[in-house]
Design a protein around this ligand. Structure first.
Ligand SMILES: *Cc1c(COP(=O)(O)O)cnc(C)c1O
Length: 376
């Protein structure tokens, strides 16, 4: 499940050129913004920008003021959607240090997404270095309140200006950061889910397993349909009526005998939250199964009492119990149980340094005090 990253021998270190934001927020302004940040609306003072070209490879790594990008109107991403992204958080521990969670996994996933979208693969070491470089200048933006974190958004897109259909020869990789509070105010309250039967988010052999904007674009209309139906989120099925995911969160089923089942298919995005939660559950002795779960198995399992808990998970919201599944001609109340909350608590205790990290999942992003880094 968890693989340790072996650095590429001979990989040149990234030397970031740092341009300070002269209009950076004052400490007082920043503290004000960190009181109660709404998800994804406030951004830090700086961003990472690394170029890639066929001829030059990865080059010109920069830390620069956060601000608009200048893009040719013919940039390939605007026409053909050659784009991928990641989502990962930085957590402030009680001693003030800043950590992130399994960044090697996000780095590897960015590489898998890149392969599928015919984009260049950023070395995992560069991925982790880019997060550290941003924290070196914007570390003060990592909030310290309960359930708060700094959401990091690495992304990559085709910026070459041309209207031909082929992989772009010029690409940009960026990281921006946004302080966030608890995704669900007042704890993880159960969410209601709309079963999308008219729309799919991905297909066999498509881009469902890649973290790419196009999958999200395909999910917006069904998500709007979910809102119209009074639901919080939408769940997608594949062509064989097997459960896929919510389009931004993976789904997990808990069975009466303690077995935990999660849908497995080539068109589901492999969540790192899901992988971590299943590892914690396995540590507790739960049997874990990754396999196809049909919508009929879900509905009849809930009706018979065979399924005792259903929850969704992902970096942004961590864990969300599913309270209702609504379809065209049914509304199924979902059983609520203790596992979603207790696994969520165990995971966040590790992330915030309140519990021992026995799996070696945490990576420190800031420079320990007294060991001033070269990036400052
Ligand atoms: C990011 C994402 C998830 C959750 O992945 P995590 O690594 O747990 O954050 C699930 N589904 C989709 C489509 C995603 O983009």
């Amino acid at each position: 499940m968890s693989l340790t990253y072996e650095p590429d021998a001979g990989l040149a270190p990234l030397e970031f050129t740092i341009t300070r934001n002269l209009a950076a927020k004052s400490a007082a302004e920043r503290e004000q913004l960190l009181v109660d940040p709404a998800f994804g609306t406030t951004f830090t003072d700086h961003m990472i920008d690394i170029c890639w070209s066929v001829r030059g490879g990865w080059h010109r790594p920069r830390v620069q003021p956060y601000g608009p990008l200048s893009l040719d109107p013919a940039a390939a991403v605007l026409h053909y959607g050659q784009e991928i992204f990641e989502g990962i958080k930085a957590y402030r521990h009680a001693d003030g240090s800043v950590w992130t969670f399994r960044p090697d996994q996000n780095g590897r996933r960015l590489q898998r997404s890149a392969r599928r979208l015919a984009l260049p693969e950023l070395p995992v070491e560069y991925f982790i270095e880019s997060l550290k470089a941003l924290i070196a200048v914007d570390g003060a933006w990592v909030p310290s309140g309960a359930d708060q974190s700094l959401y990091l958004r690495p992304f990559m897109f085709a910026k070459e200006a041309f209207l031909g259909v082929r992989p772009a020869n010029k690409v940009g990789y960026y990281v921006i950061a946004s302080p966030v509070g608890a995704y669900f105010k007042g704890g993880a309250k159960p969410v209601s889910i709309w079963l999308s039967e008219d729309y799919a988010r991905a297909g066999k052999g498509g881009t469902g397993a890649a973290k790419t904007g196009g999958n999200y674009a395909a999910s917006l209309l069904p998500q709007a349909e979910a809102y119209e139906q009074g639901c919080d989120q939408v769940v997608f099925l594949d062509q064989d009526r097997n459960v896929e995911e919510l389009g931004g969160m993976n789904v997990v089923f808990v069975y009466k005998d303690g077995t935990i089942v999660t849908p497995q298919s080539d068109s589901i995005l492999e969540g790192i939250t899901r992988d971590s939660i299943l590892q914690l559950a396995a540590d507790r002795g739960h049997k874990i199964e990754g396999r196809a779960v049909s919508i009929d198995e879900w509905r009849s399992g809930v009706a018979s009492g065979e399924i005792v808990e259903v929850f969704a998970c992902g970096t942004a919201a961590v864990v969300a119990p599913i309270g209702v599944l609504k379809g065209r001609d049914f509304v199924d109340e979902q059983p609520l149980g203790p596992l979603a909350q207790s696994l969520r608590d165990e995971l966040t205790d590790i992330q915030y340094g309140r519990r021992e990290d026995t799996h070696g999942w945490l990576v420190r992003l800031d420079e320990p005090a007294g060991d001033a880094g070269s990036a400052a």
